[in-house]
Design a protein around this ligand. Sequence first.
Ligand code: SF4
Length: 349
Amino acid sequence: MSEDRAQPTAGFAADLLRWFERNGRHDLPWQHPRSAYRVWLSEVMLQQTQVVTVIGYFQRFVQRFPDVCSLAAANLDDVLALWSGLGYYSRARNLHAAARLMVERHGGAVPDNTPDLLALPGIGRSTAAAILAQAFGQRAAILDGNVRRVMARQTGETSWPGLPKVQERLWSFAESLLPHTRLADYTQALMDLGATVCTPRRPDCAACPVQGTCLAHARAQVPLIPASKPQRAVPTRERHWLLLRDEQDRILLERRPPSGIWGGLFALPEADELTVLLDRFGLQPQQLAPLTRIEHRFTHFKLLAQVWSAQLGDHQLLREAPQERWDSIVAARALGLPAPLRRMLAELD
Ligand code: SF4
């Protein structure tokens, strides 16, 4: 989080709640009535699934299983059948198992405290907080994917939010914003803001009620936040490739060994050292011209290839070795080629 995060976040909740009155979602089926069971069910259904999809499933589900006890008494197959099409079926299995534990441990009630909620299958920190805030009006901060994005942008957080230390910063920040009243509305408002205004791509900052406290907006860094997951560092292999043309403007290709990267494909002559290529083809350094640099990522390493071009004179005609062939660039494009070479040749005449 940014060091110079100012203090004006006191107005955040008030601004958001004011916006929520006019622009928030007030007629979601789990809001009427807003029982702990219905909030829990909706939160689980909304994990990885959008509101519009969830609504129909939610309505069918509560019609068949209106409370914790009826869900706990149900056959798992019947629960899974009602879940069918929503995906991520472990959610349904966890829901069923958690309902049975609620009957066993809590007399059929959804617990109203964090430790008991977290002890149930399928309930993580953010889901527990959503239940506590929305069903019981407690001061608990949520941090689902949408809200994490809002918090990262508000704080100008340029590191990847999946890092544990960044997550902790965002949790602390989310907690610092919590109002003292209207926790259910505030939580719904945050979800709505993340889903409808502060969207992953092209957030509508002009319509955002908390633009005034948003550091990403103030610094024109919105497109950079949240940062993507850093790619794992992999070793780099540097190579030299030679695009050798003969007097008929054909290029030399050689088939790569059957095993190893690009096994069996046709590629340009390649070497670790440029001198190896010069010696192999009897070329002088002044005959080479740098053409381009190729960067290609494999799972375990990154290839950096400097491509050189060279033109053979009449007196430099080479015999074709068994694994080699001379082709026009157009004919070469029809061969099995490594993807970066295919792209490179597509740009050459
Ligand atoms: Fe998101 Fe833009 Fe609002 Fe910042 S100003 S919270 S980036 S919508």
